[in-house]
Every structure is written in structure tokens, then in C-alpha cells.
Write a protein that binds this ligand. Structure first.
Ligand SMILES: C[S@@+](CC[C@H](N)C(=O)[O-])C[C@H]1O[C@@H](n2cnc3c(N)ncnc32)[C@H](O)[C@@H]1O
Length: 257
């Protein structure tokens, strides 16, 4: 599958899940709240600031941050149905549009670019971050959360315990995330969160990924048979009764003046 085909598939899965996203996205909402708090502690240039959001989804971050940070807001997502959902949920007055955050169709400049839990879907993270950095004013802030190396670690371990491999990408170590920041950006802050990925039993984890639209598998993976899936679920219940967790990494970096 080409990178473009994978991206189309990711966008389709999120679009199809727009109506169910909110019931399954407690962790995403908690991460959005944390990211909003981190942004609010830092100075933002521009009077009023121009703000770009990438991967808005149903609007958890937009809703958490926009009332506290008046300015001209440009709110985008690669999935049209997510943009519609966000537009309906959040107050009018922002510009809502469909855009691939890795290939921005805007010229900027922006004083602040925010993104909660979308960049883990980028096919080229360093390239995507470099493109976003170019859209910032000197002194402008990029505030982004993504998934770190321990993300879904119990799910991966449950597969390995029964000699299978999980259909998920390898999430980067924090050092690798920092190394992916372009030279134009100076790191201001890193913060990490571990959040429960499901409320019920092991099967609930899979149901929640589907409800979120976050179930596009890693490019080279093969689907499990029903028997293999049962073994993985039993293995998870045995080895990790506390369930599967998200490992969220928040990065805040400023464009060098
Ligand atoms: C896990 S959701 C997070 C949504 C929202 N930010 C939140 O806090 O709930 C990931 C979102 O990123 C979007 N997305 C995935 N790849 C993207 C890309 N390349 N550019 C922009 N949005 C993307 C998806 O459509 C989805 O809405």
C-alpha cells in the first residue's frame, strides 16, 4: 500500500467514526485538556494571535483552548466528517476546513499551531513538523501531543507472549521525538501522560479503537484469525489485568527568532 493509499484509509476510518468518536475518547479529551493547560502557561505572540489547529477531530482541544485564547482560529482535520462535527460542537467564528496537516495548504504565518493526538498518523513526522515550523512566525509556538514508545505496551506484550505481533506501528521514544523537531524550533517543554485506553475488559479496547476510527493497522501487518485474537485477549487478561494504556507525549517548541 502506498503512503497516499494509507493516508486515504486513515482519513476514511476517522470520517466513518465521527459519530461514535465522543463516546470512546475520554483519553483523547484528557490529553486535550492537559495540552490546553500547558499552552495557557506560555506566552503567545500576535495581538490578536492567528492560531492553526491540525487534526481537530470532534473538537476536544478546540473546546478546551479556544475560549481562553481569543484570536483568529483556523481549525482543520484530514477527515471531512470530523471537521463538520467540530464545527457543530464549537462556537462559530473560526475557519473550519479539511486539510492534511503534513501538506498544509495555507501559507500562514501563525502565532500558534496546536494539535492533539493527530501527528502519530503522519507518514513522515520530521517532514511534517518541518512544514508546520515554516508556518510559524518568529517566536511562534508549536504545541503538539503524539503517542510515545510505551503506547499500548500491554497489547504488544500480550501478542509477544503468544508469539504473535501486534498490528501497530512502533511508537517513537521521547528522544526520537525530540530529534524529529526541526532546527528552526527550540524546545520549551515536554510532558508525558499515561491514560487508560478502555473502561471494560480486553475486548472493549478493540471496540474503542473502532469507535474512535483509530483502527487502521500498521502497513505491513496481517489481520489475526479469530483463534489468534482469542489467545491474545486471554494473554492480555492474564498478563495485564490493569488493561491497555495510552502513552501521550506533549511537545511545546518555539520558532527561533
Ligand atoms: C485521535 S484523533 C484526535 C482528534 C482531536 N484532536 C482530539 O483531541 O480528540 C486523530 C485525528 O487526526 C486526524 N488526522 C489523522 N491524520 C491526519 C493528517 N495527516 N492531517 C490532519 N489530520 C489528521 C484524524 O482524522 C482524527 O480526527
Amino acid at each position: 500500500m502506498s503512503e497516499n493509499e494509507r493516508k486515504t484509509r486513515i482519513a476514511r476510518r476517522f470520517a466513518a467514526a465521527a459519530a461514535t468518536y465522543d463516546v470512546a475518547s475520554q483519553a483523547q479529551q484528557q490529553a486535550a485538556q492537559r495540552l490546553a493547560e500547558l499552552v495557557m502557561r506560555l506566552p503567545v505572540t500576535g495581538r490578536p494571535p492567528r492560531i492553526l489547529e491540525i487534526g481537530c477531530g470532534s473538537g476536544h482541544l478546540t473546546e478546551a483552548l479556544r475560549p481562553h485564547l481569543p484570536g483568529e482560529w483556523f481549525v482543520s482535520d484530514i477527515a471531512p466528517a470530523m471537521v463538520d462535527r467540530c464545527r457543530r460542537r464549537c462556537a462559530p467564528g473560526a475557519h473550519y476546513f479539511v486539510m492534511d496537516g503534513e501538506v498544509p495548504s495555507l501559507t500562514g504565518p501563525f502565532d500558534l499551531i496546536v494539535s492533539n493526538l493527530a501527528a502519530q498518523w503522519f507518514v513522515d513526522l520530521p517532514g511534517g513538523l518541518a512544514g508546520l515550523a515554516e508556518l510559524l512566525t518568529p517566536g511562534g509556538l508549536l504545541a503538539l501531543s503524539t503517542l510515545g514508545e510505551h503506547n499500548f505496551a500491554a497489547w504488544r506484550a500480550a501478542h509477544e507472549a503468544v508469539e504473535l505481533s501486534a498490528a501497530m506501528v512502533a511508537y517513537p521514544a521521547t528522544a526520537a521525538l525530540l530529534a524529529a523537531l526541526p532546527e528552526a524550533l527550540a524546545l520549551e517543554q515536554v510532558a508525558e501522560q499515561h491514560l487508560s485506553a478502555h473502561r471494560g475488559g480486553p475486548l472493549d479496547f478493540l471496540h474503542s479503537l473502532r469507535a474512535l476510527g483509530a483502527d487502521t493497522p500498521a502497513p505491513t501487518s496481517r489481520p489475526l484469525t479469530a483463534g489468534q485474537l482469542r489467545r491474545v485477549l486471554r494473554s492480555l487478561a492474564r498478563h495485564a489485568p490493569q488493561g491497555v494504556h495510552y502513552h501521550v507525549v506533549h511537545l511545546l517548541a518555539r520558532r527561533r527568532v
